[in-house]
Write a protein that binds this ligand. Structure first.
Ligand code: ATP
Ligand code: MG
Length: 556
């Protein structure tokens, strides 16, 4: 699987192709404009892949620009984590990181330009009065009594707003557009407000801050962005984007293009709701492997490559839709199947003592790290008298569908011999605590004489295996559209995390480094935990099972 294999054209690429063919642009410049007020989620991956991917394919540039106009909600921690997530996804921005706050002075001067042209005014109305005068979808708005202030008075008031002469919220600067416009965004939108908030970059230099719609288009123009790609909720804001740029002397006029947000079954993609999950302790943090944040997916073991391929495959549309989780899972499995080394891990160990195997005998066996990739070499396994198999691979009495070990039956140990179970040892409560059995010594790498043994189970040596903690993750919600619920926390999956403290893993896994990925044969794909795994304490997170789990979600 490669990304180039799946690079279908889409309506955005067609626009770009046309612009290059017509000579409107010689080079493509895009940007990714996150607000540093939270951590990136899987939806952002789509926007990142689109913006950075287009820049890469057209040999253009993609800027990273923090849209930092809301000082109260923003922080450097968020900003750093955003940059980390972009690089993890495999992209890099052009030049230095950029910040809308770098343009505060220019933004201010453009506002003065609008005032000079009679296209902006200072409004002293209260927020309630402004709301009441805005009208609604069926009724036009009304003019504010301050709408016809003269240029000089507006300039004076705006300069004094900047100088800190007025209390927070007492005045705003509004664009003078059209109070009767059917598009409410054009009904004299606020473009500056007074807010004495400490900004994480500009400190206390400013007590007025520009609004998003005003800031965004100008930032795009100042950076020479050619195509300003954003999500559909900004479609109704495009006339404002264009109005601002049409009315000030900016160097260029980028084209805003909207596409549908990425939404996936079972995953919340609202920063506010994700924050709520963290704050209420439902998950261990922003990077909990059940979180749809990029840092959560990373810790879960999802590969950046599979996310890129997923974003390419689902394409770009103008129609909002909810994608099946299976679509992402397929990409993750394909990537891991090709690239994850194989290993054996027994999650629920059941000891079996092989009576005819001499106590001191240790056979060193070898198995390929990857069945299709001999270049990855072999791993060592040790066959000993005492081994572990999984409790789920044994039943006292089987049936014809149970192809694993039963009392008196035989099974093949993967990459090793055929064994049989002769005796079951139970405790006083009647639980199985151990098995006794024997080895057919003539079955290494060949079938036993005169009979067929169908089942194959994974195993580890009791003495030559390592203890490990294994965390089995499942979807956080039992509903496929948790965002539609008033109380999404009522649909939490109680089994979204099962911690197995006493798994046993093959010795080669002691060498695993944090974030190394494996297929634990017959169990699924796992990753060594990015933070908690070490050579002393092995901790693996299940990324995904070997087969589809989508059927488990309650489909609606
Ligand atoms: P939230 O709604 O969760 O607060 P946001 O969209 O406000 O997220 P931003 O930091 O503004 O977060 O997003 C940065 C960029 O990512 C924007 O261009 C936005 O359109 C895009 N984006 C956000 N969510 C999605 C999504 N689900 N699918 C595609 N693009 C998205
Ligand atoms: Mg946003």
């Amino acid at each position: 699987m490669s990304e180039s294999e799946v690079k279908p054209s889409n309506f955005i690429r067609q626009i770009i192709d046309n612009d290059l063919a017509s000579g409107k642009h010689q080079q493509v410049v895009t940007r990714f404009p996150p607000e540093p007020n939270g951590f990136l989620h899987v939806g952002h991956a789509k926007s990142i892949c689109l913006n950075f991917g287009i820049a890469k394919d057209y040999q253009g540039f993609c800027n990273l620009r923090y849209d930092d106009t809301n000082p109260e909600k923003e922080s450097i921690e968020y900003a750093n984590s955003i940059a980390e997530a972009i690089e993890w996804l495999g992209f890099h921005w052009h030049g230095e990181k950029r910040y809308a706050s770098d343009y505060f002075e220019q933004l201010y001067l453009y506002a003065e330009e609008l005032i000079q042209k009679g296209l902006a005014y200072v409004d002293d109305s209260t927020p309630e009065q402004m709301r009441a005068m805005r009208g609604n979808l069926t009724e036009p708005g009304q003019h504010s009594p301050f709408r016809d202030r003269g240029v000089e008075e507006n300039l004076d008031l705006f300069r004094r707003m900047r100088a800190g002469e007025f209390p927070d919220g007492s005045r705003v600067l509004r664009a003078k557009i059209d109070m009767a416009s059917p598009n409410i965004n054009l009904r004299d939108p606020v473009i500056y407000r007074i807010r004495r908030a400490h900004h994480w970059r500009t400190g206390d230099a400013w007590c007025i801050y520009p609004m998003y719609d005003y800031t965004h288009c100008i930032s795009d123009a100042l950076e020479g962005i050619t195509h300003s790609i954003c999500t559909l909720e900004f479609e109704d804001h495009r006339p404002l984007y264009d109005w601002v740029l049409d009315n000030i002397s900016v160097p260029c006029h980028p084209q805003q293009i909207e596409f549908a947000r990425l939404q996936l079954e079972g995953m919340l993609t609202s920063k506010r709701k994700l924050n709520d999950l963290v704050q209420s302790g439902v998950v261990s943090g922003w990077d909990d492997p059940r979180m749809p944040t990029l840092m959560g997916l990373r810790r879960r073991g999802v590969t950046p490559n599979s996310l890129r391929v997923f974003c390419e495959r689902v394409g770009v549309t103008k129609q909002d839709s909810v994608l099946e989780l299976q679509q992402l899972e397929t990409c993750v499995r394909e990537d891991l199947d090709q690239n994850a080394a194989r290993a054996m891990a027994v999650l629920n160990p059941l000891k079996i003592v092989l009576n005819n195997w001499p106590a001191e005998r240790i056979d060193e066996l070898s198995a390929p790290a990857h069945p299709q990739k001999p270049e990855l070499g072999n791993r060592k396994l040790f066959m000993t008298r005492e081994i572990y198999i999984d409790q789920n691979d044994f039943r006292e009495v089987g049936d014809k569908d149970f192809k694993r070990l039963v009392t008196g039956g035989e099974v093949r140990l993967r990459n090793s011999y055929v064994i049989r179970c002769d005796e079951v040892i139970k405790n006083e409560a009647g639980d199985i605590v151990e098995l006794r059995g024997s080895v057919d010594m003539d079955t290494l790498g060949k079938n036993p004489e005169g009979r067929k043994v169908k089942g194959v189970v994974h195993w580890v040596s009791a003495s030559h295996s390592k203890p490990a903690t294994v965390r089995l993750y499942d979807s956080l919600f039992t509903e496929s559209r948790p965002w539609e619920l008033d109380d999404y926390k009522s649909a939490l999956n109680p089994d979204s995390l099962v911690v197995i403290e006493h798994a046993r893993v093959e010795p080669s896994l002691a060498e695993a480094k944090p974030e190394d990925r494996f297929q634990f044969e017959r169990e699924g794909y796992f990753v060594a935990d990015r933070f908690e795994h070490s050579g002393e304490k092995l901790v693996f997170n299940r990324t995904i099972g070997l087969k589809d789990s989508f059927a488990k979600l309650d489909k609606r």
